[in-house]
Design a protein around this ligand. Structure first.
Ligand code: LLP
Length: 420
């Protein structure tokens, strides 16, 4: 459920009509709904009521400071994958003790930053990383709390570019080596083993791969404990899918049930890292139709947003629903159109032959389910400034990221003295 609906024939975010925001900030822009973020967080958190569970929101999905502050106020922790994300989480008042640091390539500087912040744990993904972390911590006379991320060799069934739990993916420690790596960790002076971690992919629409992965983790916990390794926490990652169109992903209650089944007998603390589930349907990208053009039977609507603003369609052939901001008259006829952006690439396309009601130049369109992996993956390709982000609550809205000027972009590029 989300809070973007037509009110008196005009799409609104909660109680704010989208055209009012468009007038104030110009198009394109991202618009997020506080009520939707809150609802998604609460539904997920409530599914784990009574469980010893910590919800560490995956900051990569949407790292806007105002979004993080909203979630921090609800009690969320954070899953971060860079020093930058760590600093964002801390700036948004998420305490270090609720922050997990994931990712295959943490630098020594990032490790030190995370030790300074006294984070909950590092999810370590290789023997070499373990050695580096131990060295950084030992030098400070500390021990870094560590969970080893395992690679369970399970195909999550999600898009190949966002599946992370197969043997051929770069993530985690290969199944056969896990025990050896725990033994290595136990012998290192700067490491304190606290748990085990797994994350098999994103946008999962089926519980079976989760179940298989969690069962493998549970089996390992037994084996590792028998060898004397203190496994107190199971970090089960994120990945629960959301509806972009007519998909019917498992609900958080069903997901929580399998988590409980697996972890309760172990008496582990559970960490969960949902990203898309919290932010995906809490955001839209609003764009304006610039021109219409027909070319050998294809009808193109050229809009002012492009692949640099929302990369998902170009990168993963992802489907995003597109709706006119002014509600189409009942019975208005749909015809197939291509919704494309101004970037000079054929992949700059939000929809192909999509049946849509008539669109005229100047019309506003909403690209739905853009709250996760939207603004965070944007670039300035074609020197298109990053688009603003707006957060709505009730009948109020605020710009939570401003649109940079081209002057500001150029100012980052000093001319060397020999060219002056
Ligand atoms: N934990 C870890 C270790 C992750 O790598 C990820 C996502 C998450 C949690 C959050 O997963 P979620 O609950 O959001 O599915 N850019 C892609 C998605 C990449 C996901 C990467 N890892 C997309 O637009 O679909």
């Amino acid at each position: 459920m989300n809070h973007f609906c037509y009110r008196d024939g005009i799409l609104a975010a909660e109680e704010v009509p989208i055209p009012r925001i468009a007038e104030a900030v110009g198009t394109p822009f991202y618009c997020y709904s506080t009520a939707t973020l809150t609802r998604h967080y609460r539904v997920f958190a409530e599914a784990f009521a009574g469980c010893d569970a910590m919800i560490c929101y995956a900051v990569k999905a949407n790292s806007n400071q105002a979004v993080l502050r909203t979630l921090a106020d609800l009690g969320a922790g954070a899953d971060v994958v860079s020093g930058g994300e760590l600093r964002r989480a801390l700036a948004a008042k998420i305490p270090g003790r609720r922050i997990v640091f994931s990712g295959v390539g943490k630098t020594r500087e990032e490790m030190a930053l995370a030790l300074d912040a006294k984070i909950l744990q590092f999810n370590v993904e290789s023997e070499a990383e373990l050695e580096a972390l131990s060295a950084v911590a030992a030098e400070r006379g500390e021990r870094a709390p560590v969970a080893i991320r395992i690679n369970p060799d399970i195909d999550s069934g999600s898009h190949a570019k966002i599946a992370t739990g197969r043997r051929t993916d770069k993530f985690g420690i290969a199944w056969e080596r896990v025990e050896g790596v725990y033994d290595q960790a136990a012998a290192l002076p700067g490491i304190e083993i606290v748990g085990i971690a797994v994350h098999i992919g994103s946008q999962l629409l089926d519980l079976a791969p989760f179940q298989a992965a969690f069962a493998k983790v549970a089996g390992l916990v037994g084996t590792l404990r028998a060898k004397g390794h203190p496994i107190e926490r199971c970090d089960l990652g994120g990945g629960l899918g959301v509806p972009y169109n007519r998909e019917n992903p498992p609900d958080p209650m069903a997901y929580a049930a399998i988590v409980r089944e697996t972890t309760q007998p172990l008496g582990c603390k559970v960490i969960l890292e949902p990203g898309r589930l919290i932010a995906g349907n809490a955001g839209i990208l609003v764009t304006k139709a610039l021109y219409l053009k027909e070319s050998t039977g294809r009808h193109f609507v050229i809009v002012d947003a492009a692949m640099n603003d929302l990369l998902r369609s170009a990168l993963y052939d992802a489907f995003h629903r597109i709706e006119p901001v002014v509600e189409p008259a009942t019975g208005s006829k749909e015809a197939p159109v291509d919704i494309v952006g101004p970037v000079c690439e054929s992949g700059d396309r939000f929809a192909s032959e999509r049946p849509l009601p008539p669109i005229a130049a100047g019309d506003l369109l909403a690209i739905r389910t853009a709250g996760a992996y939207g603004a965070v993956m944007a670039s300035e390709y074609n020197t298109r400034p990053l688009v603003p982000e707006v957060l709505v609550t009730g009948d109020r809205f605020a710009i939570v990221r401003t649109r940079p000027t081209v002057e500001a972009i150029l100012a980052r590029e000093p001319i060397p003295d020999w060219l002056r």
